[in-house]
Design a protein around this ligand. Sequence first.
Ligand code: MG
Length: 161
Amino acid sequence: MNHLSRVGIGYDVHRLAENRKLVLGGVEIPFDKGLLGHSDSDVLTHAVCDALLGAAALGDIGRHFPDTDETLEGVSSLDMLSHIVGLLAERGYSVINIDAVVIAERPKLSPHINAMRGRLAEVLGVDVELVSIKAKTNEGLDSVGRRRAIAAHAIALLAAH
Ligand code: MG
């Protein structure tokens, strides 16, 4: 396994709900709703976690962090990401780059993109230039477009040493 590169894909969606903080890419974003779920429901970080696990063929985030595990209630998704980075390092993988898309009708995410890139890059242990995040709306279509949910897609490229 000499200097192979391995690619992985991740996807996640969470419902928007009242009385929840909105956390995306480890950054708390001012908004009147947040994402519903077991952890902090950081849909972007979850998609990145699944892309990394996928690239290493290590299953998915639900296998590593089951939603039946009460110790994970409200846990920061950055802690999950950090754990996964450790699993990759143990197996000799390093991150080449990440690209991600967050799909949200509201709030406007562009002012927060660089902060999210910085947070994820810090946990991944890579230069911020290696972490790309893009924001899209769903043009009013579907549940995301009707502001009932936020979705994210991510792709990760790893080097295997
Ligand atoms: Mg999730």
